[in-house]
Design a protein around this ligand. Structure first.
Ligand code: ADP
Ligand code: MG
Length: 231
C-alpha cells in the first residue's frame, strides 16, 4: 500500500505541475493574441495568415483550458442547485451558435427535478461540451432534445441529437485523449465531462448510430438533502 500511496502522490504532483504549466501558458498567449490582432488591423496584406494565426492561438487556448480541468486536482465546492436552471443558462449561452447552425434546442422536463449537490460551474462546463458536440454533429442543421427527469436515485439528463452519429470503432476510441474528428477539435471535451461527472459520483454514457444521431446520458445521484422544490 505504501508503494501505491507514493504512486498516487507522484501522480498528483505531476498533475499539479501540468496544471501550473498550462496556467502559465495562458498569459503569454493572451498577449500574443493581442499583438497579432493589432498587427492585423495595421497590415493590409496577407489577411488569411492573420486569420490562421488567430484561430491557431484560440486552439492552443482551448486545449490548455481543457487540459487544466483534467490535470488539476479538483477543489470542489458542492452546493444544492437546480440542474434545470443550470441547463437553461447553458442553452441561452449556446443559442446564438445553435441558430447560426440551424439547430433547434428543445427541452422536455418529464418529472419534478429535485435540487442536487453539485459544483455549478463544472456542471455548466459538462453541458456546454455535450451541447456543442451535438451542434457540431449537425452541419446542415437539426434538432437537439434535452430530456430531464428524476427517479428515487438520480437526476437523468439525456441529450438527443439527430446528427452524423458515431461508428462503433470510433465510439470505442472516445475515451482516448486528443481523439477528435474535427479540424478544430481538441479531443478533450468528453474527457473533461467524464472527469467532472465522476467527481459528482455520477456517470455518463454515449449511444450512437451513424447517420441517425447520438444520445448522451448523464446520471447525477441524489443525496439525503435532495428534496423536490418547485421553482
Ligand atoms: P472535440 O469536440 O474537440 O472533437 P470531444 O471530446 O468533445 O472533442 O469529442 C470527441 C469526438 O467525439 C468528436 O471529435 C466527435 O467525433 C465525437 N462526438 C462527440 N459527440 C458527438 C455527437 N453528439 N455526435 C457525433 N459525434 C460526436
Ligand atoms: Mg467537443
Amino acid at each position: 500500500t505504501e508503494e501505491l500511496l507514493l504512486k498516487s502522490e507522484k501522480l498528483s504532483i505531476v498533475g499539479q505541475l501540468a496544471a501550473g504549466v498550462a496556467h502559465e501558458i495562458r498569459n503569454p498567449l493572451t498577449s500574443l493574441r493581442g499583438f497579432v490582432q493589432l498587427l492585423q488591423s495595421k497590415v493590409e496584406n496577407y489577411p488569411y495568415y492573420f486569420q490562421i494565426m488567430l484561430s491557431e492561438l484560440d486552439r492552443i487556448n482551448d486545449i490548455v483550458s481543457e487540459f487544466m480541468v483534467i490535470a488539476k486536482p479538483q477543489v470542489i465546492n458542492f452546493e444544492m442547485r437546480d440542474v434545470g436552471k443550470i441547463l437553461q443558462d447553458v442553452i441561452s449561452l449556446l443559442q446564438t451558435q445553435a441558430i447560426l447552425n440551424n439547430v433547434q434546442i428543445h427541452t422536455e422536463i418529464l418529472t419534478e427535478i429535485p435540487f442536487i449537490k453539485c459544483e455549478e460551474n463544472q456542471l455548466k462546463q459538462v453541458f456546454i461540451n455535450i451541447l456543442k458536440n451535438a451542434i457540431e454533429a449537425m452541419p446542415d442543421g437539426g434538432n437537439v432534445i434535452i430530456e430531464l427527469k428524476s427517479d428515487d436515485d438520480n437526476v437523468q439528463i439525456r441529450f438527443i441529437d439527430d446528427g452524423c452519429g458515431i461508428s462503433e470503432e470510433r465510439l470505442a476510441a472516445l475515451g482516448e485523449p486528443f481523439y477528435t474528428t474535427k479540424e478544430k477539435g481538441t479531443g478533450l471535451g468528453l474527457m473533461v465531462c467524464h472527469k467532472i461527472i465522476e467527481a459528482h459520483r455520477g456517470c455518463l454514457k454515449i449511444e450512437s448510430e451513424v447517420e441517425q444521431g447520438t444520445t448522451v446520458h448523464v446520471y447525477l445521484p441524489l443525496d439525503e438533502e435532495s428534496s423536490v422544490r418547485k421553482t
